[in-house]
Design a protein around this ligand. Structure first.
Ligand code: PMP
Length: 423
């Protein structure tokens, strides 16, 4: 009965690596997949991760039992604080439910199923362009996907006007996906002032923001700075969904560790456990939070249980150890900054190499864009030329992973880009 199953198309991003692996050329270069590589072109496991793993191995209380459906409680608390800040009103007021999920993708997927079951609006607007998996994740999760303008190819920057017009025209209550930082694939993020304009529109239209935070700390090197957009939306007391991933910033790609957080607004009940001064400052708008948390969590469990029962223990235990221990945390932030700085230096080196070759065109976007990727502006035909003639692999939209470059390979890439645009 399965003999007639039709061949599905290769995943457009992972398919790049499949093609790269088949290429016998020693000069080949994979700039397709967004995984960090060292200056030597090697994958790394962070020292801090090795240390945390050692501590776990030596800890007799660290077992391999099932986790609860929503994951490791310590991890959930710490991960919410990491994205929102320890003094976030949403954390202090208990207006948040967090579930450990299968990395960023799993968190987005659980979030969309929850929305499909419990939210009145089933349309989600995603930026154009966006990470290729987004539309599939949300459609599979039961939402209807529409897009909003985001990138302007003529300026290689943000199409703020288009973005605001499209969100203004969205049906009230629609969900809107934002990349918290380091937009993939464009590397173009709104400035804080632009975020503020977007926030005001989102709140005035009653749209529901869903942040995808796959690169916290990886863009600027600072965990706090890369969380500013999310914190701006949470600080206004409104509703928000957040999907976090530890794939990039802790290098835990294959451990599949991430989290979904759901934040809701104040309800007008008095919660006696909170201190009086606090209650007064917040104009008595203190929520009967424990109730909502318990109901939201109970429904999240119903989404997760039939999907994968409960999440894996190892990666979340590593993250919890690192976030809990001041020395490990400091070591992590230093290693994280090292990765972010290397990427920033690759941008400069590539830009300098193209300038030195006199490659036609303005390449300043390479140093202006943020995060792991550069959206080069190369077209599909130029991309395929570079693959055939220079054995350089990237997605057909011209996106290159800066993390896959090194000082040694920059000249090869610059030669290839020069040849592609001067053909
Ligand atoms: N969102 C964005 C924007 C991404 O770039 C990625 C990874 N490429 C993810 C989510 C999900 O990654 P993971 O599931 O590995 O955490």
């Amino acid at each position: 009965v399965f003999a007639n199953v039709v061949q599905a198309p290769e995943d457009p991003i992972l398919g790049v690596t499949v093609a790269y692996n088949k290429d016998p050329s020693p000069a080949k270069l994979n700039l397709g997949v967004g995984a960090y590589r060292t200056e030597e072109g090697k994958p790394i496991v962070l020292n801090v991760v090795r240390k945390a793993e050692q501590l776990l191995v030596n800890d007799p209380s660290h077992l391999k039992e099932y986790l609860p459906i929503l994951g490791l409680a310590d991890f959930n608390k710490l991960t919410a604080k990491l994205i929102l800040g320890a003094d976030s009103p949403a954390v202090l007021e208990n207006r948040i439910a967090t579930a450990q999920c299968l990395s960023g993708t799993g968190s987005l997927r659980v979030g969309s199923e929850f929305l499909a079951r419990h939210y009145h609006q089933h349309t989600i607007y995603i930026p154009q362009p966006t990470w290729g998996n987004h539309p599939k994740v949300f459609t599979s999760g039961g939402l209807n996907v529409k897009s909003y303008r985001y990138y302007d190819p003529t300026t290689r920057g943000l199409d703020l006007q288009g973005l605001l017009e499209d969100l203004n025209a969205a049906d009230a209550g629609s969900v809107v996906l934002f990349h918290a930082c380091a937009h993939n694939p464009t590397g173009v993020d709104p400035t804080p002032e632009q975020w503020e304009q977007i926030r005001q529109l989102v709140r005035s239209k009653g749209l529901l923001p869903f942040f995808d935070s796959a690169y916290q700390g990886f863009a600027s090197g600072s965990l706090d700075e890369d969380a500013q957009s999310v914190r701006m939306f949470v600080a206004d007391g409104g509703e928000c969904f957040i999907a976090q991933s530890y794939a990039k910033n802790m290098g835990l790609y294959g451990e599949r560790v991430g989290a979904l957080s759901i934040i809701w607004i104040f309800t007008w009940f008095f919660k006696p456990a909170l201190d009086w001064k606090y209650w007064f400052r917040h104009e008595k708008k203190v929520c009967k939070a424990a109730d909502v948390a318990s109901r939201v969590e109970s429904q999240l469990k119903l989404v997760v249980r039939p999907m994968y029962s409960n999440p894996p223990i190892h990666g979340a235990s590593i993250v919890a150890k690192v976030l809990k221990d001041k020395d490990l945390y400091d070591e992590w932030t230093a290693e994280l900054k090292g990765m972010a700085d290397r990427i920033i230096s690759m941008r400069q080196q590539l830009f300098d190499a193209l300038t030195a070759r006199g490659t036609p065109g303005d390449w300043s976007h390479i140093i202006k864009q943020i995060g792991m990727f550069t959206f080069t502006g190369l077209n599909a035909e130029q991309v395929s030329f570079m693959r055939n003639e220079y054995h350089i692999y990237m997605t057909s939209d011209g996106r290159i992973s800066m993390a896959g470059l090194s000082s040694r390979t920059v000249p090869h890439l610059a030669d290839a880009i020069h040849a592609a645009v001067t053909r």
